[in-house]
Write a protein that binds this ligand. Structure first.
Ligand SMILES: CC(=O)SCCNC(=O)CCNC(=O)[C@H](O)C(C)(C)COP(=O)(O)OP(=O)(O)OC[C@H]1O[C@@H](n2cnc3c(N)ncnc32)[C@H](O)[C@@H]1OP(=O)(O)O
Ligand SMILES: O=C([O-])CC(=O)C(=O)O
Length: 392
């Protein structure tokens, strides 16, 4: 925790928690991150158990509703979500209007904004806002629509037409189908499904907290998600999975790790995919994602990539004692699945939208405007030259 003594009026200044490090801002029943036991629970269930057993749609339901879905719930989920899988015309037009080299996170942010305007059209701020039931339905529609947005971006950059979705496929199968236009191998589907579940939720991380701040003003769910996407884009948060791949490509091969790391550390570079604000002894999700990466390496015959991955991890941990976070194994895993590097953080959006929307609903169910204090350390009071107070 960083506490800063301020230069003015030192006796009267409150303790400052820069970056809100160590501050408990509210309660949540959605997930528990426990760095002592290196565990992560969604609504009480260990994330590893969910990743091994559940389709992503069931985990989305769990995050929104607090329980795993029954067969009837799954039927409702499929009937009400899957019809929203196609790329909507207004969304496609908005993406097409962006510069061809706009970052895909800007495409996704814009697309969610378009959907939000459509979903809330005609609503007045004088009304109470969406009901909890309507917010679950909006979350489901947004969750179902995101794969078309993310895959359209990648295909557009490759000069390819979008692939229409299929309602008979699971979330993970359909995502890969819309990416590549062919049915994926079960090994790849399983790794992708696990990655979505691992990325779905992580308590009060920066993007989720952003969503909660926006929700706390009683703004709408899509506005909160748009803000959260902006927070996720940064390389200290979700953008790190893209940066991991840039680093691995920059190094090139395992035999070049030592020399590269010497230079990077001498230049005081941050190595993306390592370190975490909460976990200081390793990220609870990494072993599961590392195992999924292993299956992909075997499937695609890319031991060279795993050698590079392992050498960098071993050397960095040895030198700095800083462990990998989830972005480290997911970057190369998404690369092997055939996603372009710039698409990696949008994949994180597609997963985390479940957690964000669950937090928006939790925030609004017991709302208190989020508005912290600041300790002022600017100039003491002074006056504009020539200003004359009026007699009144
Ligand atoms: C899914 C996710 O969003 S997980 C996070 C993804 N982000 C990344 O991978 C980006 C790289 N990592 C980082 O920048 C940091 O570890 C953060 C931002 C994630 C967490 O940071 P904080 O808790 O604020 O710790 P902070 O950045 O102050 O780091 C503490 C010390 O470790 C060093 N450090 C932390 N992470 C790294 C890293 N990846 N590479 C090099 N040094 C690092 C810092 O430079 C700092 O050193 P100093 O005390 O000598 O100045
Ligand atoms: O919790 C955090 O600060 C970042 C993170 O790992 C996540 O959002 O998944």
């Amino acid at each position: 925790m960083t506490s800063t003594a301020l230069p003015h009026e030192p006796q009267q200044q409150p303790e400052v928690h820069r970056g809100l490090a160590g501050v408990v801002a509210d309660t949540t029943a959605i997930s528990r991150v426990n760095p002592e036991t290196n565990s992560l629970l969604y609504r009480g269930y260990p994330v590893q158990e969910l990743a091994a057993t559940q389709p992503f749609e069931a985990v989305a339901w769990l995050l929104w509703n607090g329980e795993l879905p029954s067969e009837d719930d799954l039927t409702w989920l499929r009937a009400n979500g899957r019809p929203h899988r196609p790329l909507a015309d207004d969304v496609r037009a908005a993406i097409d209007a962006l510069p061809a080299d706009a970052h895909p996170m800007d495409e996704v942010r814009t697309a969610v904004s378009v959907i939000g305007a459509r979903e809330t059209a005609g609503e007045s701020l004088l009304e109470a806002g969406a009901s909890p039931e309507e917010n679950v339905a909006r979350s489901l529609r947004l969750f179902a629509a995101l794969p078309a947005i993310v895959t359209y971006g990648q295909r557009r950059r490759r000069g390819l037409e979008p692939v229409p979705p299929r309602e008979d496929l699971t979330y993970a199968e359909n995502f890969l189908w819309m990416t590549h236009g062919e049915l994926p191998d079960p090994v790849v589907v399983d790794a992708f499904n696990r990655s979505m579940i691992l990325y779905a939720e992580h308590s009060f991380n920066a993007s989720t907290f952003t969503a909660r701040v926006i929700a706390s003003t009683l703004s709408d769910l899509h506005s909160a998600v748009v803000g959260a996407i902006g927070a996720l884009k940064g390389p200290l948060h979700g953008g790190a999975n893209e940066m991991v791949m840039h680093v691995l490509e920059e190094i090139g091969s395992a035999d070049r790790v030592d020399a590269w790391l010497d230079e990077a550390l001498a230049a005081r570079r941050k190595i993306m995919g390592f370190g975490h604000r909460v976990y200081k002894h390793g990220d609870s999700r990494v072993p599961t994602m590392r195992a999924a990466l292993g299956t992909l390496v075997d499937h695609y015959g890319r031991q060279d990539l795993l050698d590079l991955y392992e050498r960098l991890e071993a050397r960095f941990v040895e030198r700095k004692g800083i462990h990998p976070n989830l972005d480290y194994p997911s970057g190369p895993a998404y690369h092997l699945m055939g996603f372009d590097t710039v698409t990696f953080t949008p994949l994180f959006v597609a997963a985390r939208v479940t957690g964000w929307t669950a937090h928006v609903m939790e925030q609004q169910a017991a709302n208190s405007l989020i508005r912290p204090l600041a300790a002022y350390d600017g100039p003491p009071e002074r006056h504009v030259p020539g200003y004359q107070p009026s007699a009144s």
